[in-house]
Write a protein of this length. Structure first.
Length: 153
């Protein structure tokens, strides 16, 4: 069985709903061979990533940057993962009140250093809340888990 890890900073009701939608999509019947785990960034560490086959990162946009909680995760985990997770498949989901550009750039810079492999363009849920964000998050989770289950990465 493969493991998909969702590291989600979800401080609000809406971001919690987004994380739940990613999980709901990832736990579809199309991905029966995938175990899905969720960790908050402050509770996640390098071993969680080492034990996973793929990672989805969900963060809020804070002042044009990733959340402090996700940055803390990377501060604690970057060097322990640096030479051990090259090619790790990942996807990024951002809840952005503005445009999400700075957040994506910051996370992608870290991913470039770790040499992780983006499986999809970042999903950036921009502007005022829209219920369609939940469908997009569920679709990301479903696609990612089904692809992992099928051995596409």
């Amino acid at each position: 069985m493969k493991t998909l890890l969702l590291i989600a900073h979800a401080p609000s009701d809406n971001t919690r709903r987004m994380a739940q939608a990613v999980l709901r999509g990832a736990e579809t019947q199309d991905a029966a061979g995938v175990r899905v785990l969720q960790r908050a960034p402050l509770d996640a560490g390098p071993q969680d990533v080492l034990d996973a086959d793929a990672v989805i990162l969900l963060t809020t946009e804070n002042l044009g940057y990733m959340s402090g909680a996700l940055k803390d995760f990377f501060d604690r985990s970057y060097y322990p993962l640096l030479e051990r997770t090259h090619g790790r498949p990942y996807a990024l989901c951002v809840r952005a009140g503005h445009d999400g550009t700075g957040t994506c750039r910051a996370v992608q810079s870290i991913m470039k250093g770790l040499k992780w492999r983006a499986i999809a363009e970042p999903l950036v849920c921009r502007g005022d809340w829209q219920d369609s964000f939940l469908q997009d998050c569920e679709g990301l989770g479903a696609l990612f888990a089904a692809s992992l289950d099928a051995g596409l990465f």
